[in-house]
Write a protein that binds this ligand. Structure first.
Ligand code: DWN
Ligand code: ZN
Length: 409
């Protein structure tokens, strides 16, 4: 492990220990439009560190949020039916548990294309979305979800409070890890919640990332990788209580956190805190062999793909996911190994993967070309995608799942 020279994003400690270096990579969601056209494609260092003071795992580089999210952000939540189903169940539960109705107010920072708040609207519950990405924010407004096209900050929260618009519920799914000012974001949640309000927050769980070698979920949009220990510390700094949580399968293993000012702690939180101490997630040693495991996946996947190619097999990939960018760039999967990528998201089709410039097409291309193998870059939706691609499989097509260890299914 190497000591870092920057301070912890949450506690400011300067003795961070770097345990993984993925080298310089391009931005994972910065798709290329014209690879031959001299488009500038900057790369940034991607080093992951552990904070021995507050236990937060984090990357060292902070790319300006405007560069990452504001302009031309291609991720639209609504393209994944399984995510929509997951969201609908979550919203239905929250409405029932909190007894929400037409006098309630639900706010969602990083509301993307309005996929979650639209479910509240169906129930006649007033909502407000906040998202800096123009394309998804416009799509949200078009489906009737009022959305402010900006970043969620403490000053925005203060403005809403001054207008008398405090929230009964704040949803924050897959955004806490993305914000450069982690403390500012949590303090904004604390300010905006009504005294008896609740924040329902989903984050990918660090334990699953490490256990299943999900190193490809590390990229510049994800600044933090959370354990319950680190989260508990973060919320308590801002007068909030992490009072309950649920483990979820989504995105390779996530946590749904329930945070408020006054609720009393449920056993699930202490159970995971104890478990994390038991396995050592609060200590640097826990992370020390991760780099070796990542490099083992890299070597095995590269050997597998090269072997298949040497046998004359044609390989394509499924899912122009951000995580796919880390995978292909770290492993070195270029057009010599993979012919093309398919993705249902129309905003990604016709463009090229960052760094390696694999072309992205609509999924219909699969049956037209019937490649022998399909590298599953969106492995977090494996079941759903394999079900959709039953015909490709029936015709003999095989999937390659890259993590936790490369295998052909
Ligand atoms: O935090 C983040 C997560 C939640 O979403 C991000 N910063 C950005 C994004 O990460 P990702 O791009 O790795 O997410 P997904 O949702 O795993 O990407 C899956 C890709 O696969 C999307 O481009 C949609 C596509 N897809 C598809 O074409 N057909 C997905 C499914 C389920 C499908 O059936
Ligand atoms: Zn720290």
């Amino acid at each position: 492990m190497t000591p870092s020279t920057v301070g912890c994003r949450v506690c400011g400690a300067t003795d961070l220990e770097v345990f993984l270096d993925l080298g310089r990579t391009p931005l994972a969601d910065r798709l290329v439009s014209d690879p031959g056209g001299g488009e500038r494609e900057p790369t940034y260092p991607l080093e992951v560190a552990f904070c021995p003071q507050c236990t937060l795992v984090q990357i060292l580089e902070t790319v300006e949020p405007e560069t990452l999210f504001q302009d031309d952000y291609p991720y639209y939540s609504s393209f994944s039916p399984a995510l929509m189903e997951h969201t609908r169940r979550n919203v239905d539960d929250v409405i029932a548990e909190r007894g929400l109705g037409p006098d309630s107010f639900v706010v969602e920072p990083a509301s993307n294309d309005g996929y979650l708040l639209a479910v509240y609207r169906e129930h006649g519950i007033p909502v407000l979305g906040i998202d800096p990405a123009e394309g998804p924010a416009t799509a949200a407004a078009e489906r009737g979800v009022p959305t402010i096209n900006t970043f969620f900050t403490r000053s925005l929260a203060d403005e809403l409070v001054a207008e008398g618009r405090r929230a009964d519920v704040i949803h924050a799914n897959n955004v806490l890890a993305h914000v450069a000012d982690t403390n500012g974001f949590v303090s904004a949640i604390a300010a905006l919640l009504k005294p008896d309000g609740v924040a329902v927050i989903e984050v990918p769980y660090l334990r699953d990332l490490i256990a299943h070698c999900e190193f490809d979920t590390i990229y510049h949009e994800h600044l933090c990788y959370f354990s319950v220990t680190a989260l508990d510390h973060l919320f308590s700094r801002h007068g909030l209580i992490l009072y309950d949580l649920r483990e979820l399968a989504i995105h390779g293993g996530s946590l749904r956190l329930f945070v408020s000012r006054g609720e009393s702690r449920r056993p699930a939180v202490d159970a995971l805190l104890t478990e994390e101490r038991r396995v050592g997630m609060d200590r640097a040693e826990f992370y020390r062999d991760f780099h070796r495991r990542v490099d083992e996946v890299r070597t095995r996947l590269s050997t597998m793909l090269r072997g298949l190619r040497a046998e004359g097999r044609r390989i394509a990939a499924y899912g122009a996911a951000a995580k796919g960018s880390t995978l292909i760039n770290y492993v070195g999967i270029g057009p010599d190994l993979v012919d093309f990528v398919v993705d249902r998201n129309v905003h990604k089709q016709g463009r090229y993967m960052p760094g390696q410039h694999l072309p992205i097409h609509a999924p219909e291309r699969l049956l037209a070309e019937q490649p022998d193998h399909l590298l599953l870059l969106a492995w977090n939706f494996a079941d759903e995608i394999m079900e959709q691609q039953a015909e490709y499989r029936a015709r003999g097509g095989r999937f390659i799942v890259p993590v936790p260890e490369p295998r052909i299914v």
